[in-house]
Ligand binder design. Structure first.
Ligand SMILES: NC(=O)C1=CN([C@@H]2O[C@H](COP(=O)(O)OP(=O)(O)OC[C@H]3O[C@@H](n4cnc5c(N)ncnc54)[C@H](OP(=O)(O)O)[C@@H]3O)[C@@H](O)[C@H]2O)[C@H](O)CC1
Ligand SMILES: [K+]
Length: 214
C-alpha cells in the first residue's frame, strides 16, 4: 500500500502521542537503513560520507552514522549548516551523542573538501519536508553526490524527488539504493531511475497510529 506524505506525518504524530516518540522512530529508521546497507556491503574499514540536512531526514543520517561506526566503518558526517541550527530535538539529541564519539568525524557548514575518496555516500539531506527550489548549500552537496562514482544510498527518498508527486526539483540525487520508512509514499516508486533498489522498512509505529488516517 502507498500512502501520502500528509498521512505519514499524521501517523507519525499519532504514534508520538501514544508515547512511541519520534526519537524512537528515528532510531529504528536509521537502524533499518543500516541493515539494508550492510546486507549489500561489508562496510568494515570503508569510508562512508554522510550528508546531513537540518531536519529529521538528517537525523536519520546521524543515527546511521552511529550504527555504521559500530560495524567498523570509517564515518564522516557533513552537516549542511551550523549545529546550533539543527531544526528538531530528536536530531539534536543524536548530534549530541555523536559529539562524544571520536570514532565519527563531524564536519559542518558549506565545506565540500574531504581528505578521502568515499566508498559510500549517504544522502540524508531532504526527505518528506522538501519544499520549493532547493537552496544552497544543499545544491552543492547534491552536485557533489551526483559527480561521485561511488555507491549512493538515499535516506527515505532521494533528495530533490518529491515523495508525494514523484516530481523533481531543480536538482536531485540519483541513488543506487533507497530505504523509506513505515510505508511507501505515493511519489517514490514513480522514479525507480533515481531510487535504485527500493525498500520500505517498518520502524515500530503502532498500527493503531493509522486509525482514522488510512
Ligand atoms: N516517516 C516516519 O515515520 C519517519 C520519518 N523520519 C524522517 O523525517 C523526515 C522528515 O523530516 P522533516 O524535518 O519534516 O523534513 P526534512 O528533513 O525532509 O526537511 C526539512 C529540512 O529541509 C529544509 N528544506 C526544505 N526544503 C528545502 C529546500 N527546497 N532547499 C533547502 N532546504 C530545504 C528545511 O529548512 P526550512 O528552512 O525550510 O525549515 C528543513 O531544515 C523524513 O523524510 C524521514 O527521513 C523520522 O526521522 C523517522 C520516522
Ligand atoms: K534523502
Amino acid at each position: 500500500m502507498e500512502i501520502t506524505v500528509d498521512q505519514m506525518y499524521q501517523i507519525e504524530n499519532n504514534g508520538h502521542a501514544m508515547g512511541f516518540l519520534k526519537k524512537f522512530m528515528m532510531e529504528n529508521a536509521g537502524a533499518a537503513a543500516v541493515r539494508r546497507l550492510v546486507e549489500k556491503f561489508d562496510v568494515t574499514s570503508k569510508n562512508i560520507l554522510i550528508f546531513v540536512g537540518m531536519g529529521n531526514n538528517g537525523g536519520d543520517g546521524l543515527v546511521m552514522a552511529r550504527h555504521l561506526s559500530g560495524y567498523g566503518a570509517i564515518v564522516t558526517i557533513q552537516l549542511l549548516g551550523s549545529p546550533d541550527k539543527i531544526k528538531t530535538e530528536e536530531s539534536s539529541w543524536n548530534w549530541s551523542i555523536l559529539k562524544k564519539m571520536p570514532s565519527v568525524k563531524l564536519l559542518s557548514g558549506d565545506n565540500l573538501h574531504f581528505d578521502f575518496i568515499p566508498d559510500v555516500i549517504i544522502d540524508a539531506i531532504l526527505g518528506t519536508g522538501i519544499s520549493g527550489e532547493i537552496r544552497e548549500p544543499y545544491v552543492s552537496a547534491i552536485n557533489y553526490i551526483n559527480n561521485s562514482s561511488c555507491f549512493k544510498f538515499a535516506v527515505d527518498v532521494p533528495s530533490g524527488l518529491d515523495p508525494q508527486t514523484g516530481e523533481t526539483a531543480n536538482i536531485f540525487v540519483k541513488s543506487d539504493m533507497t530505504v523509506t520508512f513505515h510505508k511507501m509514499k505515493q511519489g517514490i516508486p514513480k522514479r525507480k531511475d533515481l531510487t535504485g533498489e527500493l525498500y520500505a522498512e517498518k520502524i515500530g509505529i503502532p498500527p493503531e497510529a493509522e486509525e482514522g488516517v488510512l
